[in-house]
Structures are given as structure tokens and as C-alpha cells.
Ligand binder design. Structure first.
Ligand SMILES: Cc1cc2nc3c(=O)[nH]c(=O)nc-3n(C[C@H](O)[C@H](O)[C@H](O)COP(=O)(O)O)c2cc1C
Length: 266
């Protein structure tokens, strides 16, 4: 199979997915001509050009064992036109459950040919000093594996003679997918005594849910609980004080003590 270029398409509020897909691309060693970052809020209305003869690396984080609904919505704006795709999910060392299968099915629905898939591990969005979960991941070992995965994809592409006759890569997961219904009214707190009104929280929010004037206001109905504002706040003023998040974080931290390793499907 002949590939002209590699395109990276990802949704990545806290950047672990972005780091993994970029590293996979380095392993493939074909020019990466475009990054389609689906994270900023303005993507919601952007038009995307048609894809042709490209290899796409499509990455999303795992939320509740699923593809985050907002990421799925944004991916549905892009048509594959038969382009080969590598599907990647990044999870916080608990479990990825049906996310990879859901991403594969979504890719097929959008006209892509998923030829390979993988689940990698990233620092959990709710990890903190007091409740660390997969801190510092992806680490050197993970990134090394991402590069090897890229090299294996490169070999696979060379061997593919009839891409249109290939069936989609087999990945774990079950359909109907796992149900995930997070509460819709979670409270994020800004400690006004620490806040410097830098506006960084508003800049990194994928949902444009934060407004900063002489105080920080968060539209709870828009928030997808991604933690981008918490992780990027330079003064540590943004914190989760919500009982649901605290309970989940404690549970995940208990369930995720053992280090999980990346899984690859080719
Ligand atoms: C709302 C929400 C739900 C999550 N659910 C899971 C999960 O089911 N399993 C898991 O292992 N990690 C889960 N995580 C952790 C993320 O998958 C993980 O931190 C990932 O690396 C974040 O990707 P990003 O850095 O590209 O945003 C969840 C994170 C959030 C914000």
C-alpha cells in the first residue's frame, strides 16, 4: 500500500494522547504533514478538507471506558474516504474497556480503514500529589513502545497489497458498549487567594466553559471534567472539591496500583 503522508487527528485536553500519537508517527517515518488537534473549542464549527491516500493516526483519551462523547462528536466531522487509520486510546491505568472498539467502529462509520490499534497509558486526569495515578506517564518506556508500534505499522503498510479488501483490525471490547453516565453538575473550585487571573484555564478549556474577568467563572453545564484547567493552572488555584470526583479518584487510585503496559493490535 502506498502512503503519501501521515495525518494526526486527536482530542487531548491534558496532552498525554497528543504525546503518544506524535511518538507513533515518529516510528512510522513518513512525513507528518498535518496535525488536526480536535481539542480547542473552535474546532466545533471548522470544516475539514477531504482525505486521500493518507495514513491517519487517530487518538482519544478514555472516559468511563468509552470514547469521550465530545471527542466522538468532533471526529464525526471528518470523512475518511477509505484512508487507512491507526486508532489509539490513552487511559489512566485503570481500564479502557470498550473505548478502542468504539473508536474503531466510529472510524469505520466515518469511512476510514482501521489497520492497527493500540491502548496506551497516560497520567490520570485526576492524579494529584496526594492521590497519584500513573504519574509521569507516558514515560520513556511507553514512548519507546509507541515508536516500536510505529515501526510495526510501517512494516504492515508495506505488506498490504489490497487495502480495500482488508477487514478492520480486531480489538478488544464488547457491543453494546459500557454505559457511562457521569453527573452533569460537578463543582470545580478556584481559590481566589491563589488565582492570578492569568486566563490560562480559559485558554486550555476545550469547551470554552471558563470566563476570566475580575474573577473566574465556570459554566458547569459545558464542563466535561477533563482537568485541563486544573493541570495547567500555574498557581494551583483550580481544584476538584466535588464529592463525586473525590470518590472516583480514591476508587481509581485503589484499583490502579499495578502498572499496566501498552497493548498493540496489528
Ligand atoms: C471524565 C474522565 C473519565 C476517565 N475515565 C477513565 C477510565 O475509565 N479509565 C481510565 O483508566 N482512565 C480514565 N480517565 C483518565 C484518562 O483516560 C487519562 O488521564 C488520559 O491520559 C487523558 O488523556 P489526555 O491527556 O489526552 O487528556 C478518565 C479521565 C476523565 C477526565
Amino acid at each position: 500500500m502506498h502512503i503519501n503522508s501521515v495525518k494526526l487527528i486527536y482530542f487531548s485536553p491534558t496532552k498525554t494522547t497528543e504525546r503518544i500519537v506524535k511518538c507513533i508517527a515518529r516510528g512510522i517515518r513518513i512525513d507528518t504533514d498535518t496535525l488536526i488537534d480536535l481539542t480547542p473549542p473552535e474546532v466545533k464549527t471548522r470544516d475539514f478538507e477531504e482525505l486521500h491516500d493518507e495514513l491517519v493516526i487517530m487518538g482519544v483519551p478514555v472516559y468511563g471506558g468509552r470514547v469521550p462523547p465530545e471527542a466522538a462528536k468532533r471526529l464525526r466531522r471528518i470523512r475518511g474516504n477509505g484512508a487507512a487509520a491507526v486508532i489509539v486510546v490513552v487511559y489512566g491505568n485503570r481500564a479502557y474497556e470498550d473505548a478502542l472498539l468504539e473508536l474503531r467502529d466510529l472510524a469505520v462509520e466515518q469511512g476510514f480503514k482501521p489497520i492497527a490499534g493500540a491502548a496506551f497509558i497516560g497520567e490520570h486526569s485526576y492524579s494529584s500529589k496526594t492521590m497519584p495515578i500513573a504519574t509521569g506517564r507516558p514515560d520513556t518506556l511507553d514512548l519507546e513502545k509507541a515508536k516500536i508500534f510505529g515501526e510495526l505499522i510501517r512494516k504492515k503498510i508495506k505488506d498490504i497489497r489490497m487495502p480495500y479488501e482488508m477487514s478492520p483490525v480486531h480489538v478488544p471490547g464488547t457491543f453494546p458498549y459500557r454505559k457511562w453516565n457521569p453527573p452533569s453538575d460537578i463543582s470545580l473550585v478556584t481559590d481566589q487567594s491563589r488565582c492570578t487571573l492569568s486566563g490560562i484555564c480559559a485558554d486550555v478549556c476545550p469547551m470554552a466553559a471558563i470566563t476570566v474577568n475580575d474573577t473566574v467563572l465556570t459554566d458547569r453545564r459545558k464542563c466535561i471534567m477533563c482537568s485541563a484547567c486544573v493541570k495547567n493552572c500555574p498557581s494551583g488555584a483550580r481544584t476538584w472539591e466535588d464529592p463525586w470526583i473525590k470518590r472516583i479518584t480514591k476508587w481509581v487510585s485503589r484499583k490502579s496500583k499495578e502498572r499496566k503496559e501498552p497493548e498493540m493490535f496489528l
